[in-house]
Design a binder for this molecule. Structure first.
Ligand SMILES: NC(=O)c1ccc[n+]([C@@H]2O[C@H](COP(=O)([O-])OP(=O)(O)OC[C@H]3O[C@@H](n4cnc5c(N)ncnc54)[C@H](O)[C@@H]3O)[C@@H](O)[C@H]2O)c1
Length: 384
């Protein structure tokens, strides 16, 4: 393969990537990324090197081992960081210091200060940071973005979102991290809703919130650790009000305390309401209902449905073209600052403004919809 440059715009041909963190979600990334012609998965790493080896073997990846092993592969240009939230900043910083661009799972970091420091270091080194979620690059959310821009609901006024369940411990084999700082329903599921809302409306200006925790301990429900209990150190039911700088307001519920599963995402405008698909998926349906309509009607849903990894691919192509990438660290930092402002607001029982990037940090730019016909399976990066 070609493409050994490590600065933005350097190199040519498909972009070499390595995965760090071979847990539950790595299977989806490995499936999608190994199928995209514009990236090459060159290594898989984990603290548990046997797990890394198994994941590499399952997906035909040549190198597996510890983090230093994959950071040492010269052709790796982007490190895809799929570790638990508490390790996100540490692994991302190590990748930057090895001269690699980094794309990480959400959240960007567990605190706003760490997120700022990460983006400052990347900027100093001339390296890119990308951040999940990338579901907003999928067909469902891209079609919603285009529908709002095309005026299907008139001028956006408000949004109502809710995501409620009993939490992930019934199915995840190692769920304790979902109840530690950097997770909980707000930091774990919130990024899907907040990223989609800021893609629709632009930056959040201020928030007000309340938060509660139903239980101090929870129990793992499946796998070898079934029956083990762990502590809950974050709120598990969050109600938030958001004011966007461009005008619209949103009310949102994020809960792991509800025996009723609910996913709601409605955007209301001066002419009607859009029923936005589950932002934790890449698909539709997308619904619209005008003020005078008796029922919803479906709008066409067009775009990529391949799964997690679209953001890595889009960043890899941006690396070669020199264009800004959409699932960016600056967007991830704005979402992180919105979530920390929600947490602070709930603690202080007062409105909180959402902090700007630290001096020198890149301002958040609402990502433009992907160009029509954007195809993850196209081969745009010709080899040497
Ligand atoms: N599980 C899901 O459905 C899902 C969906 C979307 C996003 N995510 C996000 O993906 C990330 C990982 O989630 P998961 O469910 O795969 O977790 P997981 O616990 O199944 O896997 C995490 C892996 O990271 C490894 N790891 C932890 N610290 C490390 C370090 N310092 N160096 C190297 N490896 C390290 C662990 O050994 C483990 O194998 C989280 O940020 C989560 O929010 C998960």
């Amino acid at each position: 393969m070609s493409g050994t440059g490590t600065g933005p715009g350097n190199g040519s041909g498909p972009v070499g990537v390595a995965i760090v963190g071979a847990g539950v979600i790595s299977g989806e990334y490995l499936r999608t990324l190994t199928a995209f012609p514009d990236v090459r998965v060159l290594g898989v790493a984990d603290l548990d090197t046997a797990r890394a080896s198994a994941a590499a073997r399952d997906h035909g990846v040549e190198v597996a081992g510890d983090v230093a092993t994959v950071l040492g592969i010269p052709e790796v240009e982007i490190v895809v960081n799929l570790t638990v939230p508490a390790a996100h900043a540490e692994i991302a910083t190590a990748a930057l210091r090895a001269g690699k661009h980094v794309y990480g799972e959400k959240p960007l970091a567990t605190t706003a200060e760490t997120g700022d420091a990460l983006l400052a270091e990347a900027a100093e080194r001339g390296l890119l940071v990308g951040n999940a979620p990338d579901t907003f690059l999928g067909a469902g959310l891209q079609s919603a973005l285009r529908a709002v821009r095309a005026g299907h609901i008139g001028t956006p006024v408000a949004a109502a979102t809710a995501v409620q369940s009993l939490g992930p411990e019934s199915w995840h084999p190692d769920p304790a991290f979902f109840y530690q700082p950097g997770a909980g329903p707000l930091f774990d599921i919130g990024p899907y809703y907040l990223t989609s809302l800021v893609a629709l409306f632009g930056p959040v200006a201020r928030v007000a919130a309340t938060a509660a925790r139903a239980r101090a301990r929870r129990t793992t429900g499946s796998g070898p650790k079934a029956g083990e209990t762990f502590s809950v150190d974050v709120p598990t039911h969050v109600n938030a009000l958001l004011e966007f700088a461009s005008g619209p307001r949103a009310s949102s519920v994020y809960s792991f305390d509800s025996s009723v599963r609910r996913i709601q995402f409605e955007v209301t405008g001066s002419e009607g309401t859009l029923g936005v698909p589950d932002p934790n998926t890449f698909r539709g349906p997308l619904l619209v209902r005008g003020h005078g309509d008796d029922d919803w009607r479906e709008l066409p849903v067009e775009g990529a449905t391949t799964g997690r990894g679209l953001g890595v691919l889009e960043m890899a192509r941006a690396l070669r073209s020199g264009q800004p990438h959409r699932a960016s660290g600056a967007l991830g930092l704005h979402v992180l600052k919105t979530m920390t402002a929600i947490t602070d607001s709930a603690e202080a029982a007062e409105f909180r403004t959402v902090g700007p990037p630290a001096p020198g940090g890149a301002a958040f730019i609402a990502p433009e919809p992907l160009p029509e016909g954007w195809d993850p399976h196209a081969s745009l990066l010709a080899g040497d």
